[in-house]
Ligand binder design. Sequence first.
Ligand SMILES: NC(=O)C1=CN([C@@H]2O[C@H](COP(=O)(O)OP(=O)(O)OC[C@H]3O[C@@H](n4cnc5c(N)ncnc54)[C@H](OP(=O)(O)O)[C@@H]3O)[C@@H](O)[C@H]2O)C=CC1
Ligand SMILES: O=C(CO)COP(=O)(O)O
Length: 444
Amino acid sequence: MNSIEQFRKFADSTKYLYVGSDIYSRMISDFLSFTEGRPVYIIADENTMDAAGNRFLQFCRDESVPVAGLHRFSAEPELTSDYENVIVLKDKLSGNYCVPVAVGSGTINDLVKRTAYELNRPYAVVATAGSVDGYASDGAALLYNGLKQTLPCSAPCFICADTAVLSKAPREMTSAGYADLLAKNPAGADWLIADTVGLDFPEPDVWSMIQGNLPEWTGSPENLLKGDSDAFIRLFTGLNATGFAMQYMKRSRPASGAEHLMSHIWEMDGHTFRGKHVSHGFKVAIGSLASIALMETVLSMKPDGLQIDSALEQWPSFEEKLAAVEKHFTGTGAIDDLLKINREKYISHDELKTRLFSLKDNWGVMAEKVFGHLIPYRRYRDLLERAGCPVVPEAIGLTVEKVMETYYPAQLMRNRYTILDLAVETASLEKACSRIAESRLYLK
Ligand SMILES: NC(=O)C1=CN([C@@H]2O[C@H](COP(=O)(O)OP(=O)(O)OC[C@H]3O[C@@H](n4cnc5c(N)ncnc54)[C@H](OP(=O)(O)O)[C@@H]3O)[C@@H](O)[C@H]2O)C=CC1
Ligand SMILES: O=C(CO)COP(=O)(O)O
């Protein structure tokens, strides 16, 4: 198996990485190099303090690492990725020159990551679950002005994960991490589509690190559910390699495609199921299935089926496109940011015409490339199911109809070309939605 350390060469901020069952006996010397004698300030919550924080505190005591303070968010109500929580943390930390240590999973890590960045300090994370690929990324996925966006900031300088802790995390968190990792497959297909349009060339080293190793990282989902420690190392390696890829590229393209944009819409809607927020990974699982369904439906079309005249006729003017953004997002704090994104993203009728003719010429090559890469829907669903992930929208409190309604606003979320753009630009979204909704396979 590829060692996680060999992927760290892609990271410019993460200098130290410890994963395994005996991390505390090995990491003191590097930890002291990281802190440079400054005290640590631990940020955790009630769940994560029990899961790993107390053990980390014991490590500090045993090794005489000074602890300046401890902020423990309460477990109820659920901690969210709202930027307001960064303000709370900055207020706590700004007075003393300590180094922050996040003890938790995706949300706590992102809150501390952005706080450390705004205070211009390095930070460490003690991971408590293999639930997301965000530990090692250099962005924080936060709700800022109501828009779920990836705010720039440096990745952690020091990452450690005790596999005994990861394997004891709630099973759903592991399944969610598996779904977030497996999603690099449809996200990669989106990258190939963007490449065909001439917008975003897949960086070869990053492509081979992620896509080349993904089958091994995700190949035996049931071993994760059995608590197999090697399976956890593979999962955490894949999640962190993706984070390193984001550090290397300074953007989230290697990790995120249409499936993530759909998940962000549901998060911004405040979607809950049985009174609780649905995890990032579970929303991504349904977003992935929806994205693959759309890819298989749209790309199965023959080039002759691409009606350029009708697509051009349906293409909105600049004003009409902005009006569509207003219609979908008015009343949310995100509206100004989304209008800006869509002003930048808009292409004129003439530009669309050129793109559509080029697409018609390259359609067969693009479909071949994408289908050569994409895990087919049935197999993808099976992998998710074996990993304990949701495979129908109802399992996270959505409906097929709601998923169909999400494709269009998700296309407005980012200036990053995906299958959503291809479907909208070729005026095939509506027809594809009817086919998906009527099919006996997709999202059923
Ligand atoms: N920056 C990036 O590149 C990325 C960021 N993300 C973001 O990460 C967030 C989701 O993170 P995710 O990890 O799924 O969920 P959370 O960090 O929100 O954690 C979900 C719940 O699990 C609890 N928990 C964590 N570890 C343990 C444990 N070992 N034992 C018991 N309970 C535990 C948490 O407790 P508590 O509330 O106490 O922490 C919380 O209640 C989203 O905001 C998403 O957008 C996702 C991918 C990439
Ligand atoms: O969640 C992320 C990666 O897993 C971040 O992706 P976005 O940049 O699309 O928000």
